[in-house]
Design a protein around this ligand. Structure first.
Ligand code: COA
Length: 254
């Protein structure tokens, strides 16, 4: 389910009866919704949340895993990482996950692929895959360790424990925890602040931060190149002119 307001694209995972679990169809819809949002010049940033009060996403749809063999398991991890999780992480616009309830397994992996995460006080997060004889397959082993450090990540993955929103805040897994009724307003406040800045600079910042976390890429070198490219944009000239003229910049994304 998608909706656009004030250059913010809202994507709501709407499969409440199954706690918004990610089946094949939902993953395809997510791929389409994010591809559209990243390509739509009218969209500055994206907020993703789950329908209802109970779940953001309670994981990949376990019923679809039942008959898979090792080759098929490898294929769905590879395909879905590329089509959804890496697509979001490498997106050219900021994406905020508003975690309104359970974010488990693929649900937490989805939230971790986003550029920023905030949670309702009632949210619960975890990677319970080992209880099913699996491990996280949508980037969770990597992104959790990046976000909270190896020790806490391994403890969460190996115990399969769910943590509270308060713990997630303390771990650095989310950056704000608010009452459930304030979650979307907080996400909007953050997003409006982000998208008031120069769009090409936002995209360059995302690429540079990601570069240092990608095998075989020198993040410092990427930063130098991205920094340099910003000088060639109209938005840079507008940003500097606005500062010197003591007015608000009007960025065009060029
Ligand atoms: N895949 C498929 N269906 C799921 C699901 C998942 N990951 N998570 C929840 N559902 C379904 C349940 O099967 C149930 O469907 P039904 O009503 O047709 O039986 C419905 O969503 C409601 O879930 P239920 O388990 O009854 O709710 P609960 O409040 O008792 O428990 C959870 C909530 C989140 C603790 C529990 O649903 C759960 O453990 N889910 C799986 C979490 C998980 O292991 N995720 C990682 C997957 S790799």
């Amino acid at each position: 389910m998608t909706d656009t307001k004030d250059r913010i694209q809202y994507i709501t995972i709407n499969r409440e009866s199954k706690l918004n679990a990610l089946n094949k169809f939902t993953l395809c819809e997510l791929h389409e919704a994010f591809t559209d949002a990243f390509n739509n010049p009218g969209v500055g940033g994206i907020i993703i949340t789950g329908a209802g009060l109970k779940a953001f996403v309670a994981g990949a749809d376990i019923s679809e895993f039942a008959d898979l063999d090792a080759t098929q398991g490898t294929a769905i991890a590879r395909d879905n990482q590329a089509l959804v999780f890496d697509l979001i992480a490498n997106g050219n616009k900021p994406v905020i996950a508003a975690i309104n309830g359970f974010a488990l397994g693929g649900g937490l992996e989805l939230a971790m692929a986003c550029h920023s995460r905030i949670a309702a006080e009632t949210a619960r997060m975890g990677l319970p895959e080992v209880t099913l004889g699996l491990i996280p397959g949508y980037g969770g082993t990597q992104r959790l360790a990046q976000l909270v450090g190896k020790g806490k990540a391994l403890e969460m993955i190996l115990t399969a424990d769910m943590i509270t929103a308060a713990d997630a805040l303390q771990y650095g897994l989310v950056t704000h925890v608010v009452a459930p009724e304030l979650l979307l307003a907080k996400a909007e406040e953050l997003m409006l602040k982000m998208i008031s800045n120069a769009p090409l600079a936002l995209a360059a910042a995302i690429r540079s931060v990601n570069a240092g976390l990608t095998d075989g890429i020198n993040g410092y070198e990427t930063e130098i190149e991205e920094f340099g490219k910003c000088f060639g944009t109209e938005d840079f000239k507008e940003g500097v002119a606005a500062f010197l003229e003591k007015r608000k910049a009007e960025f065009k994304g060029r």
